[in-house]
Write a protein that binds this ligand. Structure first.
Ligand code: AMP
Length: 296
């Protein structure tokens, strides 16, 4: 695995490989890699000739009160993981290399950034879209891989790529979870053992929502209220930022669920702000039985 720090040199390398007809799979990350990231890398490996992973803890997506400084950076271990997956290139730029001369351009996707996490982290998605647009220019990939774990992020990036005619295919892959159901996250390392065990109840609350919907409940308020009670009862040190049921594309809140929907939550457990979601769909109504009318 070749580690490249300069945006210019990774661009030249990848552009040349692409010109030779190679397909390029790209996995952008902030490092502190776990099996969730690795599943993206494995898919990229399977589907492309060349695999590029980036590790960049992007300062512009953190608000001043957030965990930029303390965000875990176990670089050596990350490299080991990536070598084991036969990654070809690791792009690992410094903040100065990514943002020389305090660049003034921001990519802003209207409306979609306001929902869910956006209302608690107002500048977050501008930071994400700007860095992903830059990364997609620096690494001219064939396919770029994201996790459903950051559902809103995947919707916003899809819209940006579409609106800006960025020539890349976006692949969104399922959430990888611990046995307990807890979604893997770099931020899980902020949890104590007890908090970690309790945090598994976030997924249980999502499954509770899915079961309620399966059993015929379609009122979002009722479902959210059950989920809130469940979380409060089962996670001692928890603060719910939001639990929402939204349209999978527009991210608008749904009062009633009558098709596909995303149940999404963000909850602070101890020092960690955790997000998770599931996609649900209302079972189609059983076809009405035709009543045979006997004539005569
Ligand atoms: P991050 O390093 O947190 O920026 O995440 C990099 C990519 O990995 C994003 O596309 C995430 O959605 C994805 N990811 C993070 N956690 C998981 C997980 N548990 N399962 C699948 N993908 C994940």
């Amino acid at each position: 695995m070749k580690i490249i720090k300069s945006p210019n040199s990774i661009y030249k390398t990848i552009a040349e490989l692409k010109q030779q007809g190679k397909t390029i799979g790209f996995v952008p990350t902030m490092g502190a890699l776990h099996a969730g990231h690795i599943s993206l890398v494995k898919h990229a490996r399977k589907e492309n000739d060349i695999v590029v992973v980036s590790i960049f803890v992007n300062p512009t997506q953190f608000a001043p009160n957030e965990d930029l400084k303390n965000y875990p950076r176990p670089f050596r271990k990350d490299c080991e993981f990536l070598r084991n997956e036969n990654t070809d290139f690791l792009f690992h730029p410094s903040p100065e290399a990514m943002y020389p001369n305090k660049s003034k351009t921001v990519i802003h996707v209207r409306k979609l950034h306001k929902f869910l996490c956006g209302s608690f982290r107002p500048s977050h998605f501008d930071g994400v879209t700007t860095v992903i647009a830059k990364l997609l220019n620096i690494v001219p990939a064939t396919k770029v891989y994201f996790g459903q774990k950051d559902y809103q992020q995947s919707v916003i990036i899809k819209k940006m790529v579409d609106d800006m005619n960025i020539p890349v295919r976006i692949m969104v892959l399922p959430i990888v979870r611990e046995k307990s159901g807890l979604a893997l996250s770099s931020r899980n390392r902020y949890l104590s053992e007890v908090e970690k065990a309790e945090a598994a109840n976030l997924y249980k609350s999502l499954k509770l929502a899915r079961q309620m919907i399966k059993d015929g409940e379609s009122n979002s308020k009722t479902i959210i209220s059950e989920m809130k009670s469940f979380i409060k009862k089962n996670i001692a040190d928890s603060k719910i930022d939001y639990i929402s049921i939204v349209d999978p594309d527009s991210l608008n809140s749904l009062k009633r669920i009558d098709g596909k929907a995303v149940v999404a939550l963000a909850v602070k457990v101890g020092k960690a702000r955790l997000i998770d979601n599931i996609i649900v769909s209302v079972p189609a109504p059983a076809p009405k039985k035709e009543v045979e009318l006997g004539l005569g």
